[in-house]
Design a protein around this ligand. Structure first.
Ligand code: FES
Length: 145
């Protein structure tokens, strides 16, 4: 099932494969959304063998981990689809299956804005326009909330 609204403009149709099954997807949606639209809600198994699938939908848990184009530990709820993507379920997954954290990087700035949602971006813009050297930090890959 996909939500629709007159103000929503769906992306162009693309195809991906999930465990060898062709899945219709729309550009701009996540793997989890495309799989849910295809009635696939389990993407891995717990150690007990119980099926697991997207739970938080926002990158906090690890119930949606899949292998994408050979890269294990990718979050289906955060990874956007692309044409021809090869998605594989994970038999078991743990937090250690996540991609390793990159080494810390030191960046000097006048102001550090934590959160790249609308409020954080607005504050960062105002500060930058006032001449501050601003760094915006967020746990997500993409800004905008
Ligand atoms: S559903 Fe929780 S990280 Fe994807």
């Amino acid at each position: 099932m996909r939500l629709t609204h007159p103000d929503m403009r769906p992306g162009s149709p693309v195809q991906l494969s999930f465990d060898g099954r062709e899945i219709a997807a729309l550009e701009g949606e996540t793997i989890a959304a495309a799989l849910a639209a295809a009635d696939i809600v389990a993407v891995r198994q717990a150690r007990s063998g119980a099926p697991r699938g997207p739970f938080c939908g926002m990158g906090v848990c690890f119930d949606c981990l899949v292998t994408v184009d050979g890269r294990p530990g990718q979050r289906a709820c955060l990874t956007k689809v692309s044409a021809g993507m090869d998605v594989r379920s994970s038999p078991t997954a743990t937090a250690s299956a996540l991609e390793p954290v990159r080494p810390a990087e030191e960046i000097a700035c006048d102001v550090l804005v934590v959160g790249a949602g609308p409020a954080g971006l607005s504050a960062a813009r105002s500060l930058a326009l006032a001449g501050a050297d601003v760094v915006v930090l967020d746990e997500r890959l993409h800004p905008g909330g």
